[in-house]
Design a protein around this ligand. Sequence first.
Ligand code: NAD
Length: 461
Amino acid sequence: MKYFLAIIGGGPAGYTAAEKASKAGKEVVLFEQNAVGGTCLNVGCIPTKSLLYGAKQYYNATHAQKYGVTAEHVAFDFAAMQKRKTIVVRKLVAGIKQRLNNGHSTLVSGFAKIVSRTDETVTIQCGEQTYEAENLLICTGSTNFVPPIPGIQNNPAVWDSTDALAATELPQSIIIVGGGVIGMEFATLYHELGVPVTVIEAMPTILPNLDQEVVQVLLDKYRKAGINILTSTKVEAINGGQVTANGTVYEAERILVSVGRRANLQGLEALNDLELNRGAIIVDEFMKTNLPNVYAAGDVTGKVMLAHVAARQAEVMVGRLLKQIPLQRIAYNAIPSVVYTNPEIATVGLTEQQVRDFYTEMEGEAGLAKAGGVETFYEVRKLPMTFSGRFMAENEGETGLCKMIIDAKKQTILGVHCIGNPCSEFIAAASFAVRNGYTLAELQQVVFPHPTVSEILHEMI
Ligand code: NAD
């Protein structure tokens, strides 16, 4: 049989595309070498959130005095937390398989390799069998990047995030190289379970791509709580559990390296004229590559490495392939993202720095001077989260911060950046506002339920 669409990789991009195209009655074959669900479901978003939730329960129980509760003999069982995590993952994987069980999609287990491609047919080998399809969608994802630091390779003390998630015992102590999203989420997990944590970040700040005022709230809290966070610190060498950075030696039982991820291109060698940019596949706004019947979605495109972006890219791609009118595009200006620290950080749209950089580049020195400075182009509104009554009731000792970036002329909301629990649960409301170009006056007319932490968005107006 010749399939309409062959998909390599069963992560959020791959399974979303398979479900959408097969539901439309198209014959789809989906190749996955591990479990469906990809990195996010099996060794990323879901297992980390399961473990982080366990750690938060323990942490809250041991810090409940501020709410008038004393809990004695509080203990945790890390192996039990891991077991629960595995069950959560297994159930979700089964759910995805169920969703693909619609008579039009075929799931093939194994490593898929492109054999050949013409504009009419892509031929793929998996195991002993070959498969033909009219169109190909590459969703091969990404893997943890291993930086060229001496002593990192074949060092049993060194973990990546997948090793850390598989461990059944907690380390006695840990050094985390890279204070990005993965690094800070694992720092939270280990710290809340009582493991001494050192974070070593090469840039002058952790989470360098986020709003830095928001990040500063986290930094202050984590440093005060005893997490050793070193910034502008470059790792020079690793030897067993010893890390030499800026001339000083730090030691721990384990070293977790989380310095970014790189696109997976294995199996695609036969597509030798596929255009890449810095090791990731170049796609247009409909996820089409430079080859007529080849598309790519998710981390392999190197655009925004987030599961929800991958899934949305897949939806857009299938819409384009099925020629659905109106053709949809992705609103890259309104992608929400969350860092599951405690407190959580949730953000959508442009940061103040991005707006400043944009106008500085557009106007140039002379243009900015004439306009009266870059600040004339945007407004910033800020409030501590304590302006929400619900936040006050549930976050003793925390202040949090919510920051809104507004287009000065149009009064539209360009970005919202928050720190404070549970901002991950209402950032979608801010995404609506940014995605639909709401003005402050329009947002003002939206009724927010009381008492909820989401009211902070309304307080801002
Ligand atoms: P990242 O890009 O978020 O952070 C990597 C960090 O490592 C950066 O701060 C960088 O400056 C630092 N770094 C790089 N080289 C270094 C070195 N030699 N020494 C010290 N620091 C160094 O990457 P990540 O944390 O590995 O995450 C990978 C991807 O997965 C990201 O795109 C992230 O968005 C995604 N992810 C998302 C979530 C979420 O949405 N909650 C969770 C985990 C991962």
